[in-house]
Design a binder for this molecule. Structure first.
Ligand SMILES: NC(=O)c1ccc[n+]([C@@H]2O[C@H](COP(=O)([O-])OP(=O)(O)OC[C@H]3O[C@@H](n4cnc5c(N)ncnc54)[C@H](O)[C@@H]3O)[C@@H](O)[C@H]2O)c1
Length: 284
């Protein structure tokens, strides 16, 4: 661990290379920045495309370029590419390019995800399938693209998949989301068993509400305030804060990035197979 004077960082992932999916905005952007601030070179990717079954706008390449510029401003190297986690081919291509550029990948934040709301029996096959394709199969594609090179490099590593606190609870209207986020916990545990012998640790972070465009949009306001004529962010904060003992409506993306950074760093050397709630105690 190297302390780099002046910028307040501790170099907690100095010399490592991180791959972050869903990095055009939100938690993914924050993870990329936090890891870069602590010394990692970063590969960022995002689909930068609308998905018809998603009830809020998704980002464009403009936001991915902003992430790229923000990471570059930390002084670390960055590779930014448009790629959809639903496509193994696209992920393989980014990983090949990243390996040619950086030589190895040590940290993976499989963060890309979508959400939607509907009673289970009213979900269309498309809504169900899109959710599983992005959130569950997307995480599978991500690890499949990168794990062989991680094993071959023989440097160990850390994979952090973003699940959700919903996979530990049961809330109405998100069966497809919950199934996908429970699925990645199963994927994580199996991978942890398979990759332990290679010194590669695999964990999930399980956030409750996080202040990103996935949370702060019309569709979410309506699902939290079905009885209100024009529900907005203040109503969401009020109702959300009453669901946890710490009385906070939502976390910022940086809270999750700090958890990802810890799991990615050598400080978590023997932590694997763990689902880490970052949730203000909403489970209690
Ligand atoms: N915001 C919350 O309240 C909350 C709570 C629990 C878990 N999560 C999870 O956190 C993760 C990050 O979400 P966020 O809150 O930053 O939301 P966000 O919508 O701001 O960011 C998600 C990112 O994933 C990208 N993405 C979506 N589909 C993709 C695909 N097929 N291929 C590549 N990229 C794709 C989006 O373009 C977007 O940039 C997600 O997995 C989400 O399910 C969020």
């Amino acid at each position: 661990m190297v302390f780099r004077e002046g910028d307040g960082s501790m170099g907690r992932v100095e010399g490592k290379v991180a791959l972050v999916t869903g990095a055009a905005r939100g938690q993914g952007r924050s993870h990329a920045l936090r890891l870069a601030q602590e010394g990692a070179d970063v590969v960022v990717l995002d689909a930068c495309t609308e998905i018809d079954s998603v009830p809020y706008p998704l980002p464009t390449e403009v936001e991915l370029k902003e992430t790229e510029a923000l990471v570059a401003a930390t002084g670390r190297r960055v590779l930014a590419r448009t790629a959809d986690v639903r496509s193994q081919e696209q992920l393989d291509a980014v990983v090949d390019e990243a390996l040619a550029e950086f030589g190895h990948i040590d940290i993976v934040a499989a963060n890309a995800g979508i959400v939607g709301f509907r009673p289970t029996w009213e979900l269309s096959d498309t809504e169900w399938q899109d959710m599983l394709d992005v959130n569950l199969t997307g995480a599978f594609h991500t690890v499949k693209a990168v794990v062989p090179a991680m094993i071959e490099a023989g440097r160990g590593g850390s994979i952090v998949i973003t699940s959700s606190i919903q996979a530990m609870l049961g809330s109405a209207n998100i069966a497809h989301y919950n199934a996908s986020k429970s699925g990645v916990m199963g994927l994580m545990r199996t991978l942890a068993a398979e990759l332990g012998p290679h010194g590669i640790r695999v964990n999930t972070v399980n956030p409750s509400a996080v202040e990103t465009p996935m949370l702060l949009n019309e569709a979410t306001f309506r699902i939290f305030g079905p009885d209100l004529e024009n529900p907005g962010p203040d109503d969401l904060w009020e109702r959300s804060k009453n669901r946890n003992p710490m009385g906070v409506g939502w976390l910022s993306a940086a809270h999750l990035s700090n958890a990802v950074l810890f799991l990615a760093s050598d400080e978590a050397q023997y932590i694997t197979g763990v689902a880490l709630p970052v949730d203000m105690g909403v489970r209690l």
